[in-house]
Design a protein around this ligand. Structure first.
Ligand code: ZN
Length: 290
């Protein structure tokens, strides 16, 4: 029998589970932002914004970002900063497609993970989601799954995900069969930069909200108006993923200040990302909820 050496392989779980944070937000009907980080400046921008706003926050990374920031150092960094924060910070893994990566994430210490089965058939998505939920729950972690497909992300072959709206009639059975803790829904948003103004299907969102109890997640939030965000929160969204708006704020700051030194650039980018995070927290209604 293989004897595990727990002295060497200490698994440090994140301090807050995303579930605790989202359950409170769902009860009180406000939104909590989720923000991807690939370096120290991003982690610091998010957490200092959350502290200033006295807001809970969810930070993390995603499978597509692992080439820039591997679990080995970004997870300990995020956990360390989360533990020292004055507000609740949950560490979550965004869009991940491969079983091995999801298992490595649990081992690395994520309190919650997203399995994105939107590229699979409905049956395969349901089957894979259940398998991953069973394992994560046994380890005390929670899982976000996606039903339908929020378009805009590119797969490994460069193909772009199609948009397929979440079917409210399938949502209840999907949650019951998989045991997923959070549901990512497709209601008219897309990842990346919008070429035309997105039209949200809030009626569909309201119908999904009526059929399932778990916190609902909005992907592709960047580029929506403040009214759009507030409309989705009023109709049942609890977690809002924002990435493009944050990195665009950093890029704008660098463009406007071309010619600055690398170190000044780092500081300008961090300050711009903090300002944008604070702005989002105000819109989502999470200010003062920590
Ligand atoms: Zn997403």
């Amino acid at each position: 029998m293989i004897k595990l050496n727990f002295e060497r392989d200490v698994i440090i779980m994140a301090l807050y589970n995303m579930k605790e944070l989202l359950d409170d937000a769902q009860r009180k009907q406000y939104g909590i932002g989720y923000f991807n980080a690939v370096n120290m400046e991003m982690v610091r921008a998010y957490i200092s914004a959350a502290e200033e706003a006295e807001s809970p926050i969810i930070i993390g990374t995603a499978e597509a970002l692992l080439d820039i920031a591997s679990f080995d150092w970004i997870v300990p960094l995020m956990i360390d900063q989360a533990k020292n924060a004055k507000v609740p910070v949950a560490i979550h893994l965004d869009h991940t497609y491969h079983f091995d990566t999801l298992m490595q994430a649990l081992r690395a210490g994520f309190g919650s993970i997203m399995y994105d089965g939107s590229r699979e058939t409905h049956e395969q998505n349901t089957e894979n989601s259940k398998r991953i939920v069973d394992i994560a729950h046994a380890m005390g972690a929670s899982v976000e799954c996606e039903l339908g497909s929020v378009g805009g992300l590119s797969d490994e072959t460069g193909g772009e995900d199609i948009t397929e709206y979440t079917n409210p009639n399938e949502a209840k059975a999907f949650i019951e069969k998989t045991g997923a803790d959070f549901l990512a829904v497709s209601i008219g948003t897309a990842h990346g930069v919008y070429e035309s103004t997105p039209k949200l299907d809030l009626e569909r969102l309201g119908m999904i909200r009526e059929t399932v109890d778990v916190p609902l997640v909005l992907h592709g939030g960047s580029g929506l108006s403040d009214e759009d965000f507030q409309g989705t929160i009023a109709n049942g969204i609890t977690k809002i993923n924002v990435f493009t708006d944050i990195i665009s704020a950093a890029a704008d700051a660098l463009t406007k200040n071309s010619g600055v030194s690398y170190l000044e650039g780092l500081q300008l980018a961090e300050a711009a990302m903090k300002r944008e995070t604070l702005r989002k927290m105000t819109v989502f209604g999470s200010v003062g909820r920590a």
